[in-house]
Design a protein around this ligand. Structure first.
Ligand SMILES: Nc1ncnc2c1ncn2[C@@H]1O[C@H](COP(=O)(O)OP(=O)(O)OP(=O)(O)O)[C@@H](O)[C@H]1O
Ligand SMILES: [Mg+2]
Length: 462
C-alpha cells in the first residue's frame, strides 16, 4: 500500500468518522484516552495495524454504530473479515436497499410473499417473470418489511452483470461488500460457503439473489448453505425459472390493466377518469409517470382515459410504462397510444436511450423481451405464435380446440409461457375456466419466432 490511503482505507474512514462526530483530534483523545499522537498517526496512514482495543476505544468515543465499527476494523490491513463480521453481524449490518419510489398495487402478491417468508418450511423462493415486470421492486418491499418488523438481517446481492463487482473476500473493505461478495461467489458456484456459514450460523437471515438469471439449476454451495444455516431463507428474482427441488416458484404477472372499453363513451359522464384509476394500479402508476414527465398536461377525464388505454396496450408492465412516458416529450398522448397499440416495442425503451437501445445501463427492454421469446423451446414458441392471434380471454380448452392440440399439451405449454410472463392470466373466469391472454408487448415477436420455425419443421419432415 502507498502512503495515500484508499477511499475505504482506515485513515480515511477514521478521519471521516471523527468529522462526522464533529470533534477535533484533541477532543477525541480526551474522550477515548487514546493519545493525540496515536490518532494523528492513524489518520495520516502512518500506522495501519492498530490494536483492536485502540479501535474499540475510538469507536466508542465517537459512538459509531456496529456497522461503521466493523467497517473500520475491516479497513485494518490484514484484518480477517470473518472474525470482524461474526461479531458485528445483525440487522444493521445487513439492510435491504431503500426503494426510491412508492410501491403501487401488489398488495396481494406482497401478502403471499411475506406470508411464505414467515413460514418455517419455505426456505427457497423464486419470484419469476418478465423483464421489468416488478420482481426486484416486490422483493425489496418484502425484504424491507421483514427487516423493519423482525430485525431480520437482509443480505441483498445484485446478481445482474451491471452490478459493480466486489473484490474477493481478501480484498474487501466494507462489511456489506464482504457479505455480498461471498454470497455472489457462492451463488455462482465459487467460494464463500464457509465464510457465510460462519457469519450467519443460526441467525434468521434473508438472502436475496436479485436478478439471478443464470439458470437452469441453483449451485450446490447455495443449497449447502441452506442446509447448514437452518434459519436462512433465500429469495431469488429471475426471468427464467430454476429447476431445483424444493424451490417454490412465484410467477409474477404485470399489474392488472383496465378492461377494454365497450365503445366510445357517449359523453364522458358515464366513465369519469376517477373510476378508471380506482383499483387500477397500472393506470395509477402510468399516470404518475406521465405527471412527472409532462406536468403541463391536465389530468382530466380525457387524459386519464388515454393513459388507461396506453397502460393496457403496454400490458401494465411498469418498466414499459415508465419508458413510454418519456416519449411524451416528443409525442402527444394520442400519438403515444397509437404507437403503443400497433408497435409497442418502439416505445418500451427510454427516449434518451438513443440508437444504442441501452436504457440507463444494461440491456433495453425491447431486446430483453426479444431474448425471452428467443429462449423458448420450439413447442411453446409455436404455441405462443398461435395464441398471439387469438383475442384475449381464451381458456386452455378453447385454445386446444382451436389449435387442434390436446388440452394437456396446451396446458403444459401455457404454463411454461405463464411462468416466463409472456402469457398472463386475466381476472375472472368464463364457464368456470380461467382466461388468458398473450401480452401485447410480445405478439409481434411471437409471430416472428413462430414464422421462423416453419422452414425448420419443413426441413425435418422432408
Ligand atoms: N408495483 C410497482 N409500483 C411502483 N413501481 C414499480 C412497481 N413495479 C415495478 N416498478 C418500477 O418499475 C421498474 C421495473 O421494476 P423492477 O426493476 O422491479 O423489474 P424486474 O422484474 O426486477 O426486471 P428485471 O427482470 O429487468 O430485473 C423499476 O423502476 C421499479 O421501481
Ligand atoms: Mg430485477
Amino acid at each position: 500500500m502507498t502512503e495515500q490511503a484508499s477511499p475505504d482505507g482506515l485513515a480515511e474512514q477514521l478521519r471521516a468518522a471523527r468529522q462526522w462526530a464533529g470533534i477535533t483530534q484533541e477532543q477525541l483523545a480526551g474522550l477515548s484516552t487514546v493519545s493525540v499522537r496515536a490518532i494523528r498517526d492513524l489518520e495520516q496512514g502512518r500506522v495501519r495495524h492498530p490494536r483492536r482495543e485502540t479501535l474499540r476505544l475510538l469507536a466508542g468515543a465517537m459512538r459509531l454504530s456496529d456497522a461503521r465499527r466493523a467497517a473500520l476494523e475491516l479497513a485494518v490491513e490484514g484484518a480477517e473479515a470473518g472474525t470482524v463480521m461474526r461479531e458485528a453481524y445483525g440487522a444493521e449490518l445487513a439492510p435491504p436497499p431503500k426503494p426510491l419510489r412508492r410501491l403501487v398495487g401488489r398488495a396481494e402478491e406482497l401478502r403471499v410473499l411475506t406470508g411464505l417468508l414467515a413460514t418455517e418450511h419455505e426456505r427457497l423462493l423464486s419470484v419469476v417473470g418478465l423483464a421489468g415486470v416488478g420482481k426486484t421492486r416486490l422483493a425489496q418491499e418484502a425484504a424491507l418489511l421483514l427487516h423493519g418488523r423482525d430485525r431480520t438481517p437482509v443480505v441483498w446481492v445484485d446478481m445482474t452483470g451491471t452490478a459493480p463487482q466486489t473484490a474477493g473476500p481478501a480484498g474487501t473493505r466494507s462489511p456489506r461488500s464482504a457479505l455480498t461478495g461471498w454470497a455472489r461467489s457462492l451463488a455462482l458456484g465459487g467460494r464463500g460457503l464457509d465464510e457465510l456459514a460462519s457469519v450467519i450460523r443460526g441467525r434468521a437471515t434473508l438472502l436475496v439473489l436479485d436478478g439471478h438469471d443464470t439458470g437452469p439449476h441453483l449451485t450446490p454451495p447455495l443449497l449447502e448453505l441452506l442446509h447448514v444455516c437452518e434459519r436462512l431463507k433465500v429469495l431469488i428474482t429471475t426471468r427464467e425459472p430454476h429447476r431445483t427441488p424444493g424451490n417454490r416458484m412465484l410467477p409474477l404477472g404485470p399489474l392488472p390493466v383496465p378492461d377494454p372499453e365497450p365503445a366510445e363513451f357517449p359523453g364522458g359522464a358515464e366513465a369519469p377518469g376517477a373510476s378508471l384509476t380506482a383499483g387500477q394500479p397500472a393506470v395509477e402508476l402510468m399516470l404518475s409517470y406521465v405527471g412527472h414527465m409532462r406536468p403541463d398536461l391536465m389530468p382530466g377525464d380525457s387524459l386519464v382515459r388515454t393513459v388507461a388505454r396506453i397502460s393496457r396496450a403496454l400490458d401494465g408492465v411498469p418498466r414499459a410504462m415508465e419508458a413510454a412516458a418519456s416519449w411524451l416529450l416528443l409525442r402527444s398522448p394520442a400519438e403515444l397510444l397509437r404507437i403503443a397499440h400497433t408497435t409497442p416495442l418502439d416505445v418500451v425503451d427510454d427516449v434518451t436511450a438513443g440508437d444504442t437501445g441501452v436504457d440507463g445501463g444494461g440491456e433495453g427492454l425491447a431486446a430483453l423481451l426479444a431474448a425471452a421469446v428467443a429462449r423458448l423451446d420450439d413447442g411453446p414458441a409455436a404455441l405462443l405464435g398461435d395464441l398471439s392471434l387469438l383475442p384475449d380471454g381464451w381458456s386452455a380448452d378453447q385454445a386446444a380446440a382451436g389449435l387442434s392440440a390436446t388440452p394437456a399439451a396446451v396446458v403444459r405449454d401455457v404454463h411454461a409461457l405463464m411462468l416466463r410472463g409472456l402469457v398472463r392470466r386475466l381476472p375472472g373466469e368464463e364457464d368456470g375456466a380461467p382466461r388468458f391472454g398473450v401480452l401485447n408487448l410480445v405478439r409481434q415477436l411471437a409471430a416472428e419466432r413462430a414464422a421462423s420455425l416453419v422452414p425448420a419443421t419443413a426441413f425435418v419432415s422432408s
